[in-house]
Design a protein. Structure first.
Length: 84
């Protein structure tokens, strides 16, 4: 009986963990998309020599959370992750 309860708790914990990872992934993808669009607009403002647009867009870019990329270091036996 206790074993069944522990198994159920582990399953629920695993599902919550997966849900949180999926949410983080989607947030990161949305922020990456927003950043790429703003960067395109910044490029266009530079081409057009539009200082007002450039300043507005750079402020907008600063407000978009920068995603962190984690890379597994396979060469290191300590299994470390590096943030870029």
């Amino acid at each position: 009986m206790e074993n069944n309860a522990l198994n159920e708790m582990n399953r629920v914990h695993s599902n919550l963990h997966d849900e949180m990872l999926a949410e983080q992934f989607l947030d990161q993808m949305m922020n990456d998309f927003k950043r790429s669009k703003v960067l395109e607009e910044i490029d266009q403002s530079l081409k057009n020599k539009d200082k007002e647009a450039f300043l507005r867009l750079t402020e907008k870019l600063k407000s978009i959370p920068c995603s962190k990329r984690y890379f597994y270091n396979r060469r290191n036996s300590k299994k470390t992750f590096t943030v870029f």
